[in-house]
Design a protein around this ligand. Structure first.
Ligand SMILES: [Zn+2]
Length: 210
């Protein structure tokens, strides 16, 4: 049962292609498991299409059209998901969101007691700050706030904070106005997270630094 969804603003930004590529991957991971948001996004897209039809569109330049066709011809990314799964040693029955197909996923790096990090590099947007995080059970995180939008999609396990309990399929959305103190559930937590800005790490990594 999913109880935390992207905000309407974030969902609309995703539907219109205005969301940063890193955040878009996390929202797409949420949509894959959330029929409610998937339906809301479809409504937004059809509304957007209807609005566009009211305006005479600029004719698409031949070159742009050729680029679109070329992209359609691109071969699908190699299906190496099982290899990545093995390398990350995910709990049995847990699989990475399909949207990560084509992403380059590093191995787990130990970055603190009970805390592991795996860089997710998006070949189509390598500057984006996306990662998988694995937190051991019961880890408490110091109070902190955020410098920009931070999205956290729970893949396995869960955590709770002042905004509620988060389990598999839930997405947490925090920005500079958010201050919370998340605690991982007893079994631990694996999340896919994206952050605005440079290479900052999200709340999991502030266990000891605040
Ligand atoms: Zn949802």
């Amino acid at each position: 049962m999913i109880s935390h969804h992207p905000s309407p603003e974030t969902l609309l930004a995703h539907a219109t292609g205005a969301l940063a590529a890193g955040h878009a991957v996390v929202v797409a991971a949420h949509l894959q498991g959330c029929a409610q948001c998937e339906a809301a996004q479809t409504r937004m897209e059809s509304l957007g299409g209807a609005l566009l039809e009211e305006f005479a569109p600029e004719p698409l330049a031949d070159e742009a059209f050729a680029q679109v066709l070329a992209r359609l011809d691109d071969p699908a990314p190699a299906p190496t998901a099982s290899l990545r799964q093995a390398r990350l040693a995910l709990p049995s029955g847990v699989s990475l969101p399909a949207v990560l197909r084509g992403a380059e996923i590093g191995r787990w790096l130990w970055i603190g007691l009970g805390l592991r990090y795996s860089r997710v590099r998006l070949p189509w947007a390598p500057e984006q700050n996306v990662m998988l995080l694995k937190v051991a059970g019961g880890r408490k995180v110091l109070h902190h706030s955020h410098g920009g939008l931070e999205l956290t999609q729970v893949i396995w396990g869960g955590f709770h904070d002042i905004t509620g309990q988060y389990g598999p399929g839930d997405i947490g959305e925090a920005d500079e106005t958010t201050e919370h103190q998340p605690v991982a559930d007893p079994e631990g937590c694996i999340c896919l997270a994206s952050l605005e800005g440079g290479l900052r790490l999200p709340w999991f990594t502030r266990l000891f630094g605040g």
